[in-house]
Design a protein around this ligand. Sequence first.
Ligand code: GDP
Ligand code: IMO
Ligand code: MG
Length: 429
Amino acid sequence: MKVDVLLGLQWGDEGKGKIVDVLTPKYDIIARFQGGPNAGHTIEFDGKKFVLHTIPSGIFNKGTQNVIGNGVIVDPCILKEEIDTLLQSNINALDNLYISKKAHLILPSHRLLDATYEKEKGKSKIGSTLKGIGPTYSDKTGRTGIRFGDIISNDFIEKYKKLKSDHFKIIDFYKFDFKDYKIDGFAFDEYEEKWLKAIAELKEFKLIDSEYFINEALQQGKSILAEGAQGTMLDVDFGSYPFVTSSNTIASGVCSGLGVAPKNIGKVLGIFKAYCTRVGSGPFPTELNDADGEKLRKIGREFGSTTGRPRRCGWLDLTALKYSIMLNGVDELMMMKADVMSPFEKLKVSTKYNFNGELIDNIPYDISVSGLSPDYTEIDGWNVDIDNLTSIDDAPEKLMDYIKFIEKEVNVPVKIVSVGPDRKQTLIR
Ligand code: GDP
Ligand code: IMO
Ligand code: MG
């Protein structure tokens, strides 16, 4: 068996959580391979809505094991809260949740560092979720981080104190006034207390050598789906640097984030919205700062699942989509939120960019430059409600034309069309 991969092709929030949940019954294991609680993956079924930040989206299926891989970074407080929320709905995540000992810990002081750096950047801030992502991955690559496996060692508290004191040297240097700063609503000391309590409880969890767990499962013929977080355009290498996250969000991240050899990667499933959104700062060529953008935000309920911030909205950008398909080797596409576009009589799709008087079909080194604008093709909208469709065969012809237009441009088939947030609102082609 090989590891299939599902990942976002845009700037995150494509609907990964929903589709992983829909596909979960086909898989024995769902595994997160990168990112941390900057992710917010929404799943809706039976009138209930859950937002997962750290736990893989396979947790709602009793027979599926869920792995938090070595490439993920974990805030124990946030993980604990997720587990407690699930318990309130009678879902015992602990039955099916496995955490890599090599996953790095997000310390409360990483959260303060994130805020310090963002404040220092002023107007050029990244628009981080402030979950401590950048500082934690910096400590990982700087070889000063603390891993999950360390929480059971005798010198854990010493390690913690040392790293925290190193962080405070930086926080003090920048004179960041952390006493007035709240971490998810808590003062630093209170958050630290919660954090240490959560650490004590996490010792009872299934801490594993996830690279062996995954590879042994493959040998036993088990099916595995790797669940991406963020999106390709936020990849630390290929996104619009520095307005990116701090991990490799692309398919290659599965190899390093789970310990899977490249030859053991199977199908790559790429997920995109029928339009585009971005939350946080950074270039966004098809962004709409007009009534259409507002309409997409309102109908699509485009507010961040993790931070509640309004998402920036715009038309579909095929140059960016083709770039993402290339980087990931996407085999199949999934188009999300088609229903959000139903009220539009006319739709626009950017097929190329105008760049300094030339038409180009690649992402330039600096896409934030003022000389770049989308080259739009106008397409008729379907302009009827599609939320209640149960079969793609009943889809309006103009929706199928929109899909076929995209397929022709990107040369990859669209296999799933999503017409609402609920599990059931999923059309298979
Ligand atoms: P993720 O981070 O990729 O898992 O996506 P998010 O959960 O952050 O954001 C996707 C949002 O769109 C969530 O609120 C979903 O419930 C919602 N959603 C997913 N698919 C659809 C769809 O087809 N139509 C509509 N209207 N909403 C959807
Ligand atoms: P999911 O998995 C959308 C964005 C932030 C910011 C930049 C860096 O739900 O799709 P970070 O917190 O990583 O330092 O933020 O990346 N970002 C996301 N945007 N969806 C996400 O995750 C995101 N995770 C981070 O808004 O612009
Ligand atoms: Mg999200």
